[in-house]
Design a protein around this ligand. Structure first.
Ligand code: PLP
Length: 353
């Protein structure tokens, strides 16, 4: 029988997943048959989840974090909205978010039957604070901002958005699913330490180098996360706040292992290397006459003609485009300068051919 090859990352340039750290892989193998959804029965992995939460708290500036390791950013965003809705217990809830928000918000609004009010971004691809202020009302339960947008790697003005949310009596959520392991090494104001943010998504299975599935959801206030809990009569544990029931112990253990290994110096090294790669790639693309968006974080977007884009895909490059059509290259930990050089060399051949 023909077996599929395991994922090779050399030509993967647009994914937000990456090759897991060896320590994360090893931890995942040890814990793949455990279920952190039932912490009273699976106590060893439950203790590792506590470790993972404290690391996530340290990374995001929250000294007493509440929350859990989710299946990914989608579950974390759905749960942040669900918690805000349950906490408010409002009749007709809405959520206000910039158009740069990840599509998981649309899924969340759909399953939770919450109105999603999408507002425009400014010329720099960041949430427009005035537009957010205009959109909130007495029924707004949550304002969301992104710290490291999926398409352009931009950071919304989190302190300003938090002020707008709180003035409206709503909670503030930051989606740092991708940016959370990069931003501590930058000057951006994005975290619990920079503003009284209420909840945050930060995914170990992206820049954190854990195995899939390992997302992160953090809350400042215990009563908000408690609004997610349901009783669990047949388990040894009495209640559960997660969206999924049985969860991946492999993801949890690998997240704790990756952060133990890499926080902070390992993550800083990767950020510095990948920011340098992104800056270099931006210069190279501009030197070839492409219109490119200056990278603020390690993500480069550039307008590349359809024909060239498709030919690069045919050559095996795993690349994707933004909603407005730009090629996007995400300099994840596995992306090497050598691989970017090979990519540009293929692009040069296509241009001259
Ligand atoms: N939020 C942001 C900013 C993302 O970039 C992504 C995925 O790329 C998600 C949420 C969704 O994460 P996941 O695919 O782990 O559910």
């Amino acid at each position: 029988m023909q077996r599929a090859a395991p994922q090779e990352f050399d030509r993967v340039l647009s994914s937000m997943c990456t090759r897991p750290h060896p320590a994360a892989r090893k931890a995942a193998e040890r814990f793949f048959a455990t279920n952190p959804g039932d912490p009273a029965t699976y106590q060893a992995v439950a203790a590792l989840e506590e470790d993972a939460l404290s690391y996530l708290g340290e990374i995001t500036g929250l000294s007493a974090p509440h929350g859990y390791v989710t299946s990914g950013g989608t579950e974390a965003n759905i749960q942040a909205i669900r918690a805000a809705r349950n906490h408010a217990r409002d009749g007709d809830p809405n959520v206000v978010a910039p158009e740069s928000i990840h599509f998981s918000f649309q899924k969340a609004a759909d399953v939770l039957d919450v109105e999603l009010r999408i507002v425009p971004v400014d010329d720099g691809y960041r949430a427009n604070v005035a537009a957010v202020r205009e959109a909130v009302d007495d029924h707004t339960v949550l304002v969301a901002g992104v710290a490291g947008t999926t398409e352009f790697g931009r950071v919304d003005p989190i302190p300003e958005l938090t002020a707008v949310a709180h003035d409206a009596g709503a909670l503030m959520h930051v989606d740092a699913a991708w940016g959370g392991f990069i931003l501590p090494f930058t000057d951006h104001e994005w975290s619990f330490a920079h503003a009284p943010v209420d909840s945050m998504t930060i995914d170990p299975h992206k820049y954190g180098q854990a195995v899939v599935p390992a997302g992160g959801l953090l809350f400042r206030d215990k009563s908000v996360v408690d609004s997610l809990a349901v009783d669990t009569p047949y388990l040894e544990s009495a209640s559960q706040a997660s969206l999924t029931g049985t969860r991946s112990g492999a993801g949890v253990a690998s997240a704790a292992a990756a952060m133990r290994e890499l926080w902070p110096d390992g993550y800083r090294d990767v950020y510095e290397r990948q920011q340098a790669n992104a800056d270099w790639l931006y210069d190279e693309l501009r030197a070839r006459g492409y219109d490119a968006v200056e990278p603020e974080l390690p993500l480069v977007a550039a307008s590349v003609p359809d024909g060239q884009f498709e030919s690069l895909r045919d050559l095996g490059w795993r690349i994707s485009r933004t909603a407005s059509g730009e090629l996007r290259i995400v300099c994840m930990p596995h992306v090497s300068r050598e691989s970017l050089r090979a990519f540009l060399s293929d692009l040069d051949d296509l241009r001259s051919g």
